[in-house]
Design a protein. Structure first.
Length: 327
């Protein structure tokens, strides 16, 4: 989409998808067998691409470098780029404790993912999202130094610790593994982060932050995985909840950035071994029906952009706030 053809007063929304694979969910949850890198990409990628084509949407898809390094995934990942979607960097190993890495380890993690992703897709990522919303000053410095346009690793909500507690309760993680994952899904302090784009600043260098949008004022999640979780209890409530969030976004002038995950397109009928994940008790047909409603509602209210397009548009705003990268 040519941004010059989007009137400045026209509200926009960006859509992105984290292409987390089966092995990465197993690893984070402490399940055995992830070391062989079991994959559902051959199932989910054609489903995602078909769905987006039917909706006439082009979005940003964050890929994991480890998946791009494995030949068995090349065809599926190349098909995403061939369909015209923006490719983002989702780290190499997809470890939600990325913030514990040293600066040298982070540099290697990001560059290794870049190399494999570009080799398979032909695109050099210009956006990054940390696994499990993991973020650190060292990561921001590496991204800035490597010329990234934006980071999209923040989820400004107070519910991160509750999500982590649920995850731990359903897992068989050892105490030291839980300690390693103590920032999974974010901390209580993340609820105080802005929900609008802003600049990370250090000296003369800056990097745009594109937060995953949460409900204005209340900071409650509105990404699709959360809506699917709610729909497992009361589908009507999930729909009303999302409509209320969109009204608040319009009332506050918030142009949202909405997040999807690979599991949003899969049900217990596709991957029974991931039944522990919220929303995975729903069959894929019900999930796709709700996603279709959500994306239709967005398309009626907003011009739908990729994250890179949204970042370019946001960067033109001279009134964006600045935040210093912590020392």
């Amino acid at each position: 989409m040519d941004l010059h053809k989007v009137p400045s007063e026209q509200p926009v929304v960006s859509l992105s998808l984290d292409l987390d694979n089966q092995w990465s969910y197993m690893r984070t949850h402490g399940n055995p067998g992830w070391e062989s890198f079991p994959s559902f990409l051959d199932i989910v990628v054609p489903r995602i691409l078909s769905f987006l084509q039917e909706q006439r949407l082009t979005i940003t898809i964050f890929m994991v470098g480890q998946d791009a390094a494995l030949a068995k995934n090349h065809a599926a990942l190349a098909a995403i780029a061939a369909a015209g979607h923006e490719i983002g960097n989702h780290s190499f190993h997809h470890e939600p404790w990325l913030h514990l890495y040293s600066a040298q380890q982070i540099e290697h993690e990001i560059t290794q993912a870049e190399e494999h992703i570009e080799r398979v897709t032909g695109q050099q990522p210009r956006g990054f999202r940390g696994p499990g919303y993991s973020l650190s000053p060292a990561t921001l410095r590496v991204l800035t130094r490597r010329g990234y346009l934006y980071d999209a690793s923040t989820l400004p909500t107070f519910l991160g610790p509750l999500a982590r507690a649920y995850y731990f309760r359903t897992s068989s993680l050892r105490p030291e593994e839980k300690q390693q994952r103590q920032a999974l899904f974010g901390t209580l302090g993340d609820g105080f982060r802005p929900i609008r784009p802003y600049w990370w600043l250090e000296g003369q260098s800056r990097l745009l932050e594109m937060p995953v949008t949460t409900m204005p004022l209340f900071k409650l999640p509105i990404h699709v995985s959360y809506l699917l979780y709610l729909s497992g209890f009361a589908p009507a409530v999930a729909r009303q909840y999302f409509q209320a969030a969109l009204r608040l976004c319009q009332w506050t002038g918030t142009q949202p950035s909405i997040l999807l995950h690979s599991l949003d397109f899969l049900g217990h009928d596709d991957v029974p071994s991931l039944a522990f994940f919220p929303g995975m008790k729903l069959p894929s047909e019900k999930k796709l029906a709700l996603i279709s409603e959500v994306l239709t509602a967005l398309s009626r209210r907003y011009v739908v952009l990729t994250l890179q397009q949204h970042a370019h548009k946001a960067a033109q705003d001279p009134h964006l706030a600045y935040r210093a990268i912590a020392s």
